[in-house]
Design a protein around this ligand. Structure first.
Ligand SMILES: O=C(O)c1ccccc1NCC(=O)[C@H](O)[C@H](O)COP(=O)(O)O
Length: 257
């Protein structure tokens, strides 16, 4: 599944590249306003930080929410105290787009994450040209050389890589990059199984100084408390916020943990 998702995202980017060639997007990326400092926004604090996600659908859960106006939802997230906004830009299974990201960028001053299956430099330049401040790199989807190349490019463009892991070996690979922002996704991206205890199992392996993000499977304040007790600096929440009815109140409840 992860390989299919990545291949689909790369194929869609190739289609876009026929219309907007590499050098055009590269120029736009280099001319874009400077990225917001995501490491500062997500730095460890007395309260847990929340990365709030714009997520219409997913392979594991199907349709979640239509989200006709992602910018309006992002503004509610900002009002509710989110520290960053994650925008799923994958089209085939998540119903997202770079247009969503651009609309969100215009609506909020928070750092914005391009959450997609990134495997090429073109996708990274697209992210920056669209106004992203953070780019997701999924360790399981990338060999070491590609991971290093994309990581360095993201940093060169002034953005922050969120390096996502799901095992001790992947966490060690993230540490070798020198990553300052590392996530442990509770969701196995191939089987969709959720393991809320995985973060706590791996937390001791985080490199010193890295910001620790617990991703997925937050449905209630109790889940946030579980991750916080295990040492999470931030949680990344999608489904609960797009299906929960009142994102401002839900964010307040998550942040009050
Ligand atoms: O959500 C999925 O079904 C999924 C399947 C395969 C690859 C990625 C997937 N989701 C991306 C994410 O990691 C989540 O959107 C994010 O961590 C938020 O998770 P949740 O709060 O459980 O919606």
């Amino acid at each position: 599944m992860l390989a299919d998702l990545t291949a689909g995202s790369v194929a869609d980017a190739e289609t876009r590249r026929q219309l907007r060639p590499f050098d055009v997007v590269e120029r736009e990326a280099l001319a874009a306003p400077a990225a917001v400092d995501a490491l500062a926004a997500l730095a460890p604090a007395e309260r847990v930080k929340v990365i709030a996600e714009i997520k219409r659908s997913s392979p594991s859960r199907g349709a979640l929410a239509s989200i006709p106006d992602p910018a309006a939802l992002a503004s509610l997230y900002e009002t509710g105290g989110a520290s960053a906004i994650s925008v799923l830009t994958e089209q085939r299974k998540f119903g997202g787009s770079l247009d969503d990201l651009m609309a969100v960028r215009r609506a909020v001053s928070l750092p914005v994450l391009r959450k997609d299956f990134i495997a090429t430099a073109y996708q990274v330049f697209e992210a920056r040209a669209a106004g992203a401040d953070l780019v997701l790199l999924i360790v399981a989807a990338l060999d070491d050389a590609t991971l290093r190349t994309l990581y360095d490019l993201i940093v060169e463009l002034g953005m922050t890589p969120l390096v996502e892991t799901h095992s001790a070996e992947e966490l060690d690979r993230a540490a070798q990059l020198g990553a300052g922002l590392i996530g442990v996704n509770a969701r196995n991206l191939s089987t969709f199984e959720l393991d809320r205890d995985l973060f706590g199992t791996l937390v001791a392996r985080f490199p010193a100084g890295a910001i620790k993000v617990a991703e997925s499977a937050v449905l209630s304040p109790a889940d946030v408390a579980h991750y916080r007790a295990a040492g999470a600096d931030a949680v990344l929440v999608g489904e609960a916020l797009v299906t929960g009815g009142d994102p401002v109140a839900n964010l307040a409840a998550f942040r009050a943990v």
